[in-house]
Design a protein around this ligand. Structure first.
Ligand SMILES: Nc1ncnc2c1ncn2[C@@H]1O[C@H](COP(=O)(O)OP(=O)(O)OP(=O)(O)O)[C@@H](O)[C@H]1O
Length: 305
């Protein structure tokens, strides 16, 4: 299978008066989770609609899974699951019945697909869709996208309307699908901190143009995000911290300061681990700019502090 899941070259899309996408060229690789970032009206949904064949380019070309020919692209879309604008579900049917209708419409032969997807999303509800909360509707939308276990998942604002627990469980599910099934994802969200934890790479667009494609590692370096710990027992602290993050993510500075360059670490967890091992902490703080600040600086054409 090609390592390229999606590519576009000089892709432009005009609506009557609006140029929604302007000469975009980039490539999405298998196994990565791409966070798609842009202000309202930047062109995120338009790009996703083009990937799914719900809108068509005015100029330029696209390819899916390394295939460029129109007929092959249409066929390749069977390998993609998408949540773009909520699908139309039947109000009088349960989640299971709605998914069963979709399974038949999509031509997915595996009769266990519905049960498998419901189990993944922990949806056991047996009442009709019209009584679903906003969050449950959102989960069913995600279930519909996952039906048949696609190779590529395209999600437009999937965590909108979910409470913090809901967001965490969806995030964990997406990460495990990515790791265990090598599922590639393109996910847009205005919750940049959440997206930061989930994505491995970022596509940043502004007013229809691609501003930047950047990996999380590059971003972390550029934002120089780190946790600073000041302690009077550096060797003991290093021994504990190395058990939590990799040796390469940790540096000792003069003044008994240790810096941890790992994106997912929480200061509270570090404090707990250090105190459990009898290591005293003078000071602990998160430093550097957030993804939100980085994005604002990029879009504003400004420089990062
Ligand atoms: N069907 C349409 N007809 C005319 N203009 C459209 C249409 N769909 C989108 N647009 C315009 O194209 C531009 C890009 O819209 P798009 O929905 O792709 O942005 P977005 O980044 O998804 O925004 P949001 O974050 O608000 O969802 C906007 O100016 C929008 O008004």
């Amino acid at each position: 299978m090609s390592d390229s899941v999606f590519h576009c070259k000089d892709l432009s899309k005009h609506y009557r008066k609006v140029q929604a996408l302007k000469h975009m060229s980039f490539r999405l690789e298998r196994g990565k989770i791409y966070g798609l970032i842009g202000n309202n009206g930047a062109g995120k949904t338009t790009l996703m609609r083009i990937i799914m064949g719900l809108a068509f380019p005015t100029a330029g070309s696209i390819g899916l899974f390394g295939r460029r020919e129109e007929r092959e692209i249409v066929r390749s879309r069977r390998q993609i699951g998408a949540l773009i604008e909520r699908p139309v579900f039947h109000g009088f049917m349960t989640a299971e019945k709605n998914l069963e209708v979709l399974r038949i419409l999509k031509g997915i032969p595996d009769k266990n697909a519905v049960a498998e997807t419901l189990a993944l999303l922990e949806m056991t509800d047996t009442y009709p869709y019209r009584h679903f909360s906003y969050g449950m509707k959102q989960r069913l939308g995600l279930a519909a996208a996952l039906l048949g276990m696609p190779d590529f998942l395209v999600l437009d604002e999937p965590i909108n309307g979910l409470d913090p627990n809901g967001i965490r469980s969806i995030r964990e599910l997406l990460v495990s699908l990515n790791r265990e099934r090598d599922m590639t994802m393109l996910i847009s969200s205005h919750y940049l901190e959440q997206l930061y934890h989930l994505a491995t790479d970022f596509i940043i667009i502004h007013e229809g143009r691609l501003l930047e494609q950047i990996s999380k590692q590059e971003l972390a370096e550029r934002c120089s995000r780190y946790i600073s710990i000041v302690t009077d027992q550096p060797p003991a602290a290093v021994a504990v911290l190395e058990g939590i993050c990799g040796e390469q993510e940790l540096k000792v500075f003069p003044g008994n300061e240790i810096r941890l360059y790992s994106a997912d670490l929480k200061p509270e967890a570090l404090v707990k681990a250090l105190s459990q091992n009898g290591v005293g902490i003078g000071q602990i703080s998160s430093k550097g700019v957030s993804l939100e600040e980085y994005f604002a600086a990029l879009v504003g054409g400004g420089k990062l502090a």
